[in-house]
Design a protein around this ligand. Structure first.
Ligand SMILES: *Cc1c(COP(=O)(O)O)cnc(C)c1O
Length: 396
């Protein structure tokens, strides 16, 4: 999955160009920068590659989510429906916006279940934020329809799904805005970085201004720019953008390798009785960062999570026990409303999460295992993995 596996001369030479001018800031300094605008190039390349009218880079995927929420006017008094399985940043961004996350079940796509989302609606619901987990899509068309029907905003956390699509349209483009992460372990990396895409010119204007103190970026003189509204600093540096630009040019190569390697592993696993794979609403659009499958029971999944590494198969995730990605172990969120002295202020009416229990999600996640797909595997590595997988299953 991660672009960090394939750093090369391309990344080095992009960074060298920036260091050659010494202009590490993405805006202004038009004389000394000698026409070098890495963040801008990255944005144009990203928009073109994904078929979006606009793309804007920020300092992280988490920042992208915050900028998206701010640009869409989601804040105090609002509720945002989120899936129980995500990365905790989705929740953090909503809380930081002063809104309240409302958790709904996933289904066997490992993403937000449209029926569960519909059940979680309240008069305060402002947006639904599906998260395309582990490189593949949720039921994005059904979620889009639900939002249309109910007059809600669809906002996509596509941080893990760069290059994935549903019926030919890039994930991230179904919502009013969509977010990507380019942190160190994502499909491509800037070191740290994030991106937002949208077809809406007004939202794009808000996003680029909000992420730079509200500067409107009209004209050449930073001192003379207007500030139509208040913002923060979520700028990306030219150094990070330079790395990401080189990585973005490798995206299609990365996707091809991931898809090839995943297909080989999937074929090998398919012959093992009792295994079922994650639902993919459009298999052709899978970015193939992970291979996720279900064991028959939680006990078998737990046993397999141990047996695979014991047989030399690394990069296996049992999310049910993971405290970064699944609600069951998020005690800090469960206890959010009862903790004193929080670094973030909460609305007085933030829901009480302490009794939150999602048995449908638990029943799915308890049986789910994911294997990370790597780019650097040789044929020999693949063969060793397949043998390891078969031995692990035989050992149960
Ligand atoms: C990585 C990730 C984020 C946050 O991205 P950062 O760049 O690490 O801040 C948000 N949501 C999901 C689903 C992620 O996987």
């Amino acid at each position: 999955m991660p672009g960090f596996e394939i750093f090369g001369e391309e990344e080095r030479s992009e960074v060298q160009e920036v260091l050659g001018t010494g202009v590490l800031m993405r805006y202004n300094f038009d004389g000394p920068r000698k026409g070098i605008f890495k963040a801008k190039d990255f944005e144009e390349t990203l928009a073109r590659r994904l078929g979006a009218r606009h793309a804007h880079l920020v300092s992280s995927g988490t920042a992208a989510l915050q900028v998206m929420l701010a640009s869409c006017g989601v804040g105090a008094g609002d509720e945002v429906i989120v899936p129980s399985f995500t990365f905790v940043a989705t929740i953090e961004a909503i809380v930081a916006a002063g809104a309240a996350p409302v958790f709904a079940d996933i289904d066997e796509t490992l993403c937000l279940c449209p029926k569960a989302a519909a059940k979680a609606l309240t008069p305060r619901t402002k947006a639904i934020m599906p998260v395309h987990m582990c490189g593949s899509m949720g039921r994005i068309d059904e979620l889009e329809m639900l939002c249309k029907e109910k007059g809600l905003m669809l906002l996509e956390d596509a941080c893990q799904a760069l290059g994935a699509s549903y019926k030919g349209k890039a994930l991230g483009l179904f919502g009013r805005m969509g977010c990507f992460s380019f942190d160190y372990v994502k499909t491509i990396t800037c070191g740290e970085g994030g991106g937002i895409i949208t077809d809406d010119a007004d939202l794009y204007f808000k996003a680029q201004a909000f992420s730079d103190h509200g500067h409107d970026h009209i004209g050449q003189d930073r001192g003379a720019e207007d500030h139509p509204f208040i913002g923060l600093n979520f700028r990306i540096s030219e150094l990070n953008a330079a790395v990401g630009l080189a990585q973005l040019r490798k995206l299609d190569r990365i996707l091809t390798t991931q898809r090839t390697n995943k297909a080989i592993l999937k074929d090998a696993l398919a012959s093992i009785p009792g295994i079922r794979f994650r639902d993919l609403p459009d298999p052709a659009g899978d970015s193939a960062t992970h291979l996720s499958f279900f064991m028959e029971t939680e006990d078998k999944a737990r046993a397999m999570a141990k047996a695979l590494p014991a047989h030399g198969v690394d990069g296996v995730f049992y999310w049910f026990d993971n405290n970064w990605h699944y609600i069951r172990r998020w005690d800090h969120i469960r206890n959010m409303t009862s903790l004193a002295g929080l670094p973030l202020g909460l609305r007085h009416d933030t829901p009480d999460y302490s009794g939150l229990y999602l048995p449908v999600s638990d029943a799915i996640m308890g049986r789910t295992l994911s294997m990370q797909i790597r780019l650097g595997w040789t044929d020999a590595d693949m063969e060793k993995r397949i043998n390891g997988i078969k031995k692990a299953f035989a050992s149960l």
